[in-house]
Design a protein around this ligand. Structure first.
Ligand code: SF4
Ligand code: SF4
Ligand code: FES
Length: 249
């Protein structure tokens, strides 16, 4: 079933699917313990919507970038519980899945303006990183192929810049934290490393500073107000026709 047909089923209660499309195979999936038949080739997210679930939480970009859709699943006749982004993983026959709205991981409280990028700063907020047993489970469960264990080890050594660099592609989905035997909350550790690096270690951008001053002087107020008063179709048109600056050498 194509996306338009799914939309019609979901929102109008009718199918506009063409007869030749109706011949595609279907899978049995078990969503939150209930069996549904959904078209093969759908992502887990589309399968849930096809089955009638309205995703208010646990759904964002639909493109593997926001980390909102961590999902636990198990294949038939397998013991292993697996994790995936619902917007990326395709359904398989006899697959059991449950979607969690977020990972309720403890996050340290700090004021980035009052802490310093010392070797033990991250350890002082997240002492559990010292419990890492180097099993590499976190890396193997990462949706983004991030070297998760390596950035935790960098944080443990006090190498903030390296931990920030290695974790740059982390989308904070939490799948690593759900598997870690040492109960480390990797993505919070990584976020602190990137904040410390951005605030204290990296060279300041003069262009950014100049632009921030221009914004605070109100240079762009008129343009922003014009954007705020546009309709969604107007904004879409504007975005589609935007000029992309050439890369500077
Ligand atoms: S899963 Fe936990 S204990 Fe294992 S390597 Fe990763 S951080 Fe260390
Ligand atoms: S490091 Fe953890 S939280 Fe970040 S993308 Fe990988 S699995 Fe998700
Ligand atoms: S909805 Fe954003 S990663 Fe899946």
């Amino acid at each position: 079933m194509n996306e338009n047909a799914v939309h019609d089923v979901l929102h109008k209660g009718v199918s506009t699917e063409k007869p030749e499309e109706a011949g595609r195979p279907f899978c049995n999936v078990y969503i939150m313990g209930k069996r549904y038949r959904v078209p093969a080739g759908f992502t887990l997210m589309k399968a849930m919507e096809y089955a009638g679930y309205q995703l208010i939480r646990g759904c964002g970009c639909r493109a593997g970038f926001c980390g909102a859709c961590a999902t636990v699943y198990r294949k038939a006749r397998e013991q292993k519980l697996q994790f995936a982004l619902a917007c990326q993983k395709l359904v398989e026959d006899e697959l059991y899945l449950v979607q969690i709205p977020f990972v309720p991981a403890e996050k340290a409280l700090y004021d980035i303006n009052k802490i310093r990028p010392e070797a033990n700063t991250i350890l002082s907020f997240y002492p559990e990183i010292a419990r890492c047993v180097s099993c590499n489970t976190c890396t193997k469960s990462c949706a983004q192929d991030v070297k998760v264990m390596m950035y935790i080890q960098s944080a443990l050594r006090g190498d903030i810049a390296k931990a920030a660099e290695l974790s740059f592609d982390c989308i904070q989905c939490g799948m690593c934290a759900m598997r870690c035997p040492a109960d480390i909350k990797h993505y919070h550790v990584a976020q602190l490393a990137r904040r410390l690096r951005g605030k204290y270690l990296d060279k300041k951008s003069k262009n950014l500073q100049r632009r921030l001053e221009e914004i605070s002087r109100g240079k762009f107020d008129a343009e922003l107000n014009a954007l705020m008063s546009m309709s969604l179709p107007e904004l879409r048109r504007l975005y589609a026709n935007r000029k992309i600056e050439a890369e500077k050498e």
